[in-house]
Design a protein around this ligand. Structure first.
Ligand code: ATP
Ligand code: MG
Length: 255
């Protein structure tokens, strides 16, 4: 690709992200003129192009879609990977540190690259399919019918994820079903934006949150497909007041 077509590709991509995200893209990295209307080929934009290439056999491709749910991160979704851009170096640093330490876990989304240069703070990860889908009317639904066996599998997989993150001294901090996805036939935990260091003698809120969100999703978003045995199982788990991923793992693996 010539320099001219690279610059044109960069500007087209920024325009696409501007159109898709309706966000103030300049709060993530410098990429437009001052009036925020016209895309520019800046050093940050070049870093973004390099991150795309490194994830895609040195080929440039445009994202399929863009999402910005909380405003603190911008997510560019490509066919086989995702680029997550942070508006703060601090959150970028926390998330990259955690994900780099958890690369061995099959139940945590895998980080592939991480950059923080020229005013852009970004990571790339595997692409997954979130299990809770939100439509444009603000309604939610689950991507599968969750029978008891599937709920058990989710709790087994995610308890492994929680065991890994708790073992490095962090909690995930937002352990709801919104932050669980599927890769192949595995459930994986993603979204570490709210992760915090675990304080000595303080219990993590991850396990109670996972159970509470499970009860909510199974009662309201799984229609008549939820079995009574599943609700009983979750209520029993809830009453055990489990404090971390190790305890949850031991409980759900023996079921
Ligand atoms: N690896 C991924 N693969 C596919 N989609 C993803 C991936 N990461 C994020 N997404 C999509 O982007 C959305 C937002 O990402 P994420 O959950 O990481 O941030 P967030 O929810 O905005 O952050 P916060 O927890 O601060 O509100 C997700 O709900 C999901 O739809
Ligand atoms: Mg999220």
């Amino acid at each position: 690709m010539s320099d001219i077509s690279r610059i044109q590709f960069a500007k087209d991509t920024i325009q696409f992200i501007l159109n898709e995200s309706c966000c103030r893209l300049n709060e993530f990295f410098p990429c437009t003129t001052e009036d925020k209307q016209t895309p520019l080929y800046t050093e940050s934009v070049e870093q973004l192009l390099q991150l795309i290439e490194i994830n895609n056999n040195n080929q440039l491709i445009k994202p399929l879609s863009v999402t910005t749910s909380s405003g603190a991160v911008l997510i560019l979704i490509f066919k086989n990977f995702v680029i997550k851009i942070f508006n703060s170096h601090k959150t970028w640093s926390k998330v990259s540190t955690i994900l780099n330490q958890l690369k061995h876990s099959d139940y945590i989304v895998k980080i592939t690259h991480s950059i923080s240069q020229n005013n852009i703070h970004a990571i790339s990860t595997e692409r997954l399919i979130p299990i809770v889908e939100h439509n444009s009317y603000g309604n939610h639904h689950l991507i599968y019918k969750f029978d008891h066996l599937l709920v058990l599998q989710l709790f087994r997989n995610i308890s492994c994820a929680l065991r890994s993150i708790h073992s490095i001294g962090y909690q995930q901090g937002d352990c709801t079903w919104d932050n669980i996805g599927m890769i192949g036939n595995r459930f994986v935990l993603f979204d570490f934006n709210c992760a915090q260091q675990l304080m000595p003698y303080r219990n993590s809120s991850d396990v109670p949150q996972l159970i509470k969100s499970g009860l909510y999703n199974l009662q309201y978003n799984n229609y008549d497909d939820t079995e009574q045995v599943t609700i009983d199982f979750l209520l029993k788990l809830k009453n055990l007041n489990l404090t971390d991923g190790f305890q949850l793992y031991n409980k759900v693996m023996s079921k």
